[in-house]
Design a protein around this ligand. Structure first.
Ligand code: ADP
Ligand code: ZN
Ligand code: ZN
Length: 744
């Protein structure tokens, strides 16, 4: 960390807040690296550190005051936290006395609450004499014999707790071997490994299909030539992109270089971890949001010190502190999760390209449905464009069927399941196969409304309706976490006719059990996946055939590969189309293509049923007929027509304040300032209330600035925005800036 810090101006909260202003400058990159990789560094907690002052002799006073194990530990690691020292039985007064004598250093430091983990390691005193030691044991020392035999079979050392767990022996058994001089123990730091107790089956490279061979050639060539280059690998779902990544990484390893692999949200795709760990074992570090900060810290250091060669993780893994990057892979490169919405804002794709340039590395963007920006870059020749049009071994594409729900309604079917989906589901389950049912959560939630007066329950801190959760009959705010029990009567008119509306996964689940008595459903949504490891457990259970249906939100759309899944149902394909987002058609197309890729990936052919109220919408019909190029062309035409990104640039400035009057005033002032310096080829809109006018008790206004792409004025606009942020002296006022995105 200190190495990175050295090249930075002093870090201040203001600078961090300003990180977004520099979304395309090196500074943001570094701040984010610090923030995301060692999360506590910037959180500003002071911590007491005990440091070993190595140059001093070890005088007796030191030994008198602290125990030998602690001393050994401190010498090995160099420093530890105050708490760790106390855990060793060292008293606070001893520490102070030693520090007064200049024997150890005590210091206070910001952040770094992450502690290093110590462990006792055990190994044979002499590997060559294990058999002798065994022969010397008395016949009754069975357990001791087992321990020594373990070391015969597994040369090297092992952490004591793992040894005890593995062999089910007691600590005293090991201790007697230490006393006899057959084993030696050593106390030192252990790097945590979240996957230590998991066995990954070793896999060998597959023989590539002719199409895969053709696709991997330019990637290998680029890796060998070592020049910064971006390649779009556009391959239909199931075309074997992952195998191409794996074999390209093998080449990078051969070249003595390192690889970063980004996946949308790795804790959601345990199968990806299996495939990478299975091929490259201990050379792989995994970074994701569900790691403890200690585990994250240790993974970070393994990467930093070159102990691993491949880092796989979500967005922030792009900051993996490798020194010799040869390849960066962004899988599902179109995913919106690659953009960080909080400060400092950044897009992982952008940062990947900076790093690729700095390291002379190859950047591979993989997707069945690339973002429109990437697709256009490839069309223009900025990126190499490699296509995989076939599924591996010619497995057929699933049959796609679009069901018009308006017709269902006219025919008197008011259920969330069309006739067609019900039939297919019956057939699927009767054959003993599995189905995935998908409900898009965005723009779709269950709210509570009074049928007498029309009042909906809204969050007291945000201008948004509360979402109903059946499990404990509560309503919750998905923006600030507020929760309350569902009231018995309407808080506004006192009527008892207060009930929930809309469709959530829970309601679909109950409807499923009504239509199909005895059906086994696994539901994956925010409610069922909150706990650590929950995703993996649920998916594992589905994979093992303990359920007929996997029902979930978009978290199940990605990367899943289950041989027995032959049916995919999309409950409502059009929920996203109504969002005020110029990317909604693109998102709909991508999502439908992704989910349909979950069906029939193995021997059995698959079927996809898409239910929608907008059957004619091009994003739905072209996804159903798999006309990818046609979709991109149509979408390009429309974006151009309406002058949306990537045909224009767009800044959005969000001004927020806890005081409604003050936010209006500040919004006006800021708009005036922007206008004063606005170049003639830019256009300003607003201020207007943001899409959600209040979140966490802060009122929000939005100002949009559109600029033409070839405009040299962007820098002027950026400079003037930066100045405005510097000039504001109201500590409660927050200004944040976003470029080219209209995510809510
Ligand atoms: P994608 O990432 O493009 O969706 P995958 O890499 O997941 O595709 O491949 C789909 C399936 O085909 C996987 O089960 C994978 O193991 C298998 N597969 C990929 N390449 C080959 C190959 N060359 N030979 C045999 N099976 C393959
Ligand atoms: Zn709220
Ligand atoms: Zn009411």
């Amino acid at each position: 960390v200190s190495e990175v810090m050295d090249i930075l101006p002093p870090l201040t909260p203001e600078l961090v807040e300003l990180g977004f202003m520099m979304a395309d400058e090196y500074l943001c990159h570094t701040i984010t690296a610090l923030q995301s990789m060692v999360p506590s560094v910037l959180k500003g907690k002071y911590q007491k550190i005990v440091r070993y002052l190595g140059e001093k002799e070890e005088p007796d006073t030191l030994r008198d005051l602290v125990s030998q194990p602690f001393l050994d530990y401190l010498k090995k690691i160099g420093e530890c936290t105050w708490e760790e020292a106390l855990n060793f039985g060292v008293s606070a007064s001893s520490l102070r006395q030693l520090s007064g004598n200049g024997l150890i250093g005590l210091e206070e430091r910001v952040g770094d609450r992450v502690t290093r983990q110590k462990a006792t390691f055990v190994k044979p005193a002499s590997a060559g004499q294990l058999q002798e030691a065994i022969d010397k044991l008395s016949g009754r020392a069975k357990r001791q014999k087992e321990v020594l035999q373990f070391f015969q079979a597994n040369p090297g050392e092992i952490a004591l707790p793992h040894l005890l767990a593995k062999l089910q022996v007691s600590r005293s058994t090991v201790q007697s071997l230490v006393d006899k001089g057959s084993l030696i123990v050593e106390e030192r730091e252990e790097l945590r490994d979240p996957y230590r107790d998991r066995d990954f089956q070793k896999t060998e490279p597959l023989t590539l299909t002719p199409e895969q061979k053709k696709a991997i050639a330019p990637i290998l060539a680029s890796v060998r030539h070592r020049k910064a280059e971006a390649i779009l690998l556009q391959g239909v779902t199931g075309s074997g992109k992952t195998e191409i990544y794996l074999q390209a990484i093998a080449e990078v390893l051969k070249q003595g270089q390192e690889t970063i692999v980004l996946v949308p949200e790795i804790s959601l795709t345990p199968q990806m971890v299996h495939r990478f760990k299975g091929r490259f074992g201990e050379q792989v570090a995994v970074l994701h949001s569900k790691l403890s900060s200690g585990e994250r810290y240790d993974e970070w250091r393994k990467i930093r010190h070159g102990e691993v060669k491949v880092a796989i993780g979500a967005r922030s893994a792009i900051f993996a502190p490798f020194r010799k990057i040869g390849l960066i892979i962004i899988d599902e490169e179109h995913e919106s999760s690659y953009k960080q919405e909080e400060n400092p804002k950044y897009h992982a794709r952008q940062i990947a390209w900076w790093r690729a340039q700095k390291h002379q590395a190859t950047l591979v963007l993989g997707s069945a449905t690339p973002s429109l920006e990437t697709w256009m870059h490839a069309q223009k020749g900025y990126y190499q464009h490699i296509e995989l049009k076939e599924r591996v071994h010619g497995r057929p594409f699933p049959e796609m069927k679009v069901v018009d729900m308006r017709k269902e309604l006219l025919a008197g079917n008011r259920s969330m399941f069309s006739e067609s989906l019900r039939e297919e589901l019956t057939r699927c389950i009767d054959r003993g196969e599995q189905a995935v049912l998908f409900l898009n959560r965005r723009g779709f939630s269950t709210f509570v409304m009074c049928r007498e007066c029309g009042e909906t329950l809204t969050c007291p801190h945000c201008d948004i309706s509360l979402t109903y959760h059946q499990t404990n009959r509560t309503v919750r705010c998905h923006y600030c976490g507020y929760a309350e029990r569902v009231p018995e009567v309407c808080p506004s008119c006192g009527s008892k006719h207060i009930r929930h509306f809309g469709v959530g996964t829970q309601r679909i689940e109950s409807e499923l059990s009504r239509h199909f008595p005895g059906i086994r459903v696994i539901r994956m949504d925010v409610d069922t996946t909150g706990r650590k490891g929950a995703h993996e457990r649920l998916l594992g259970s589905f994979g093992a055939g303990r359920a007929d249906v996997l029902l979930g939100t978009q978290m199940i759309a990605k990367g899943l590969d289950f041989p027995k899944v032959t049916l995919v149902g999309v409950i409502a394909a059009d929920t996203m189309l109504h969002l005020p987002d110029f990317r909604s058609a693109e998102r709909t197309f991508q999502l439908l293509t992704q989910v349909s890729g979950r069906a029939g990936r193995h021997e059995k052919p698959g079927k996809v049923v898409i239910q929608t109220y907008n059957a004619e919408h091009y994003s739905i019909s072209l996804a159903a007929s798999r006309q990818t190029s046609a979709f991109y062309q149509q979408e390009t035409r429309l974006r151009k027509l309406h002058d949306y990104p990537p045909f224009s640039g767009m800044f959005s400035v969000l001004v927020s304040h806890p005081d409604r009057v003050k936010v209006m005033r500040s919004g006006q002032v800021i708009a005036l300032r922007i206008k004063r310096n606005l170049p003639p080829d830019c256009q300003m809109l607003g201020p207007v209330p943001a899409q959600i006018p209040r979140i966490k008790d802060r009122y929000r206004l939005q100002i949009l600035i559109k600029y033409s792409l070839d405009s040299k004025s962007v820098q002027t606009v950026k400079d003037s925005l930066r100045e405005i942020v510097y000039l504001t002296d109201d500590p409660d006022l927050k200004i944040s800036l976003d470029r080219d995105g209209m995510e809510p």
